[in-house]
Structures are given as C-alpha cells and as structure tokens.
Design a protein around this ligand. Structure first.
Ligand SMILES: Nc1ncnc2c1ncn2[C@@H]1O[C@H](COP(=O)(O)OP(=O)(O)O)[C@@H](O)[C@H]1O
Ligand SMILES: [Mg+2]
Length: 295
C-alpha cells in the first residue's frame, strides 16, 4: 500500500481530536519539525492528556511518529490532511486507482460524489533520498521541514500557474483546488508523447503544441520551463500540456532562455520521433511573439 492509500484509509477512522492534533503537528513542523506534548497541546488547543491519547492513535495509524521527546508528522499525515480538505469542500468523495507515477509525483484518480473523475497529483519531491533516510531511521526534523517546503511550494505554484492559464485553451488542465503537497486537476485522457503513440496528423499536433506554447507565453505570461515529450499528453488527435510547478513568468530575466529550451525540446522530439522537420527559429519567433504568423 502506498502512503496515499494509507492516508485515504486512515481518513475514515480519525476523530476530531486527532485531526486537531495533526493540524497542530503541521503548524509546528513548519517551524521546528517536531513538537513536544506541551507545545502540541497549545497548538491544538486540547488538554495535555487528550493530546497524548490522540498522538498515540495517530502513531498507530502511521500519520505521526515519535521523534525524541516529541512528535512529527509523516507524509501519510500530510496527505490525510489534504484528502480531508478536499472531502470537506465536497470536491472529492473517494480515492481511485493510481493513474501514473511521475518524476516528482504520484497521480491518482479521485472521484466526486456524482462520479466525475479528477486527477489528484501528490508531490513526492525528494522521495528517493527521503526513503533511504527513513530506512536508516534517522530522518531529521529539518529534513522533513524541507520536504514540506519543497512539496507544498510545488503544489501551490502549479495551482497558481494553471489558474493563470485557465480559460485560454483546453490544452491546459483546469486546476480545481490545492492542499498541502497536492493539487486537484481536471482528469485528462491520453498518453505521454514520449511513448510515441500513433498520431492522426503529427504535423498538426506539432502546430497545436507550438500554438499552445505561444498562448501560454503571450496570453498567460508563462513559460512551462520543463516542457518535453514527457509533459505532453495526447489521445492521438488532441494534446495537453501538463506539469507546471516550475513555470516562470514571461517577465523573468531567464524567460526567453527557458522558452527557447522548451521550443527546442518539442521541435527536436517531433523531428526525431515523427520525422516532422520545422524551422526552429521561426517556431521560436512565433512562440515568443516576435512574429505574428506560424511557420
Ligand atoms: N490531469 C491529469 N490527468 C490525467 N493524468 C495526468 C494528469 N496530470 C498528470 N497525469 C499523469 O501523471 C504523470 C505525471 O504527471 P506530471 O504532471 O508530469 O508530474 P511529474 O512532475 O511527476 O512528472 C503524467 O505523465 C500523466 O501520465
Ligand atoms: Mg512530468
């Protein structure tokens, strides 16, 4: 079972005092990493004996762990809070199957009460080092704090980037909400372009991708900055440009270099995988707004 599945399972059994204790742990983790029972009691506004009881229960459910004299949150604890948040806001009702495991995240299907499916992206930046550290049973509070910072920031950044792109084109997934290290997205169909699926019209797919990069840049004011065949989904006809946490504002001093890099990655892939040769300079001029007409 993954941390996310454990978090979803724990969700059902958590009592109000346990949630309050988790929230207290989250607040103290952002500051010092661990919290002793006294501090936790103040943070959760619960009597010390109730906090002791709640931390014991949270530890058994894998949502918190003992650290020296104090307690710290686990990734399961973080994800349980995020899931609870979405449930409370009536956004999701159940966690479905895993859709994909990416470079920096796991993506699960999440279902609304009406049965609509969203894609829930749970950031796992630093997963490898974090797991190996945990195996040594030495994961330090400072390490967890930096894990939280990196993953909470990525989720928030991706949400805000996608909000800027919302409504400009259906190639950008709609962001529904975000919480902690997770972001809730419109679910897309399709496979990664890196799998080189058969395309109805590869030249048209490239054209649409180039146009969409221009839309993001000119109208949305954003460069993806990590665009490649791994962050483009397709069903053979339509494309979607995904994975926006590292997006950079058009006004950023490096935006042109990053845009150049994105355009190069995309055009080189279409040449390599589909034999579609395009004039890189013309593509770049079009995407960056230097010229008004595509190649
Ligand atoms: N909105 C979505 N709908 C369906 N699948 C998605 C969605 N977003 C991501 N995925 C799947 O999850 C994978 C990883 O997502 P991505 O945003 O690229 O994160 P990572 O940073 O982990 O690469 C994608 O390659 C894709 O298969
Ligand atoms: Mg990706």
């Amino acid at each position: 079972m993954s941390s996310t599945e454990r978090a979803a399972r724990a969700l059902k059994s958590l009592k109000d005092e346990e949630w309050r204790t988790l929230a207290g742990l989250e607040r103290s983790a952002a500051g010092s990493g661990t919290s002793d029972l006294g501090r936790l009691a103040r943070m959760s506004r619960l009597p010390p004996d109730r906090v002791r009881f709640a931390t014991d229960a949270l530890e058994k459910k894998g949502l918190a762990k003992r650290k020296g004299k104090g307690y710290a949150l686990t990734i399961e604890g973080v994800e349980a809070m995020a899931l609870k948040d979405y449930v409370k806001k009536d956004l999701i009702f159940a966690l479905g199957a895993v859709i994909a495991k990416g470079k920096e995240s796991d993506v699960y299907e999440a279902l609304t009460e009406e049965g609509t499916a969203y894609a829930l992206k749970l950031y796992k930046i630093g997963r490898v080092s974090f797991t190996s550290v945990r195996k040594k049973r030495a994961s330090e509070p400072a390490e967890f704090r930096s894990w939280m910072t990196a993953n909470y920031d990525a989720a928030r950044r991706e949400y805000h980037a996608l909000k800027k792109l919302e409504g400009l084109s259906s190639v950008f997934p709609r962001a529904v909400s975000y919480s902690r290290s997770t972001v809730l997205l419109e679910e897309l169909s399709g496979v990664r372009l890196s799998q080189r699926p058969e395309l109805v019209d590869p030249a048209a797919t490239l054209k649409k991708t180039i146009e969409s990069m221009r839309t993001a840049f000119i109208e949305g004011g954003l460069v993806n900055a990590d665009l490649s065949e791994y962050n483009i989904l397709t069903d053979g006809a339509s494309v979607w440009l995904i994975d926006w946490p590292q997006a950079v504002e058009a006004a950023h001093p490096n935006s042109m270099d990053l845009l150049l890099h994105d355009v190069r990655a995309v055009t080189a892939f279409f040449a390599r995988a589909y034999g579609i040769e395009s004039d890189f300079q013309k593509d770049f001029d079009y995407v960056s707004g230097k010229s008004a007409v595509p190649e």
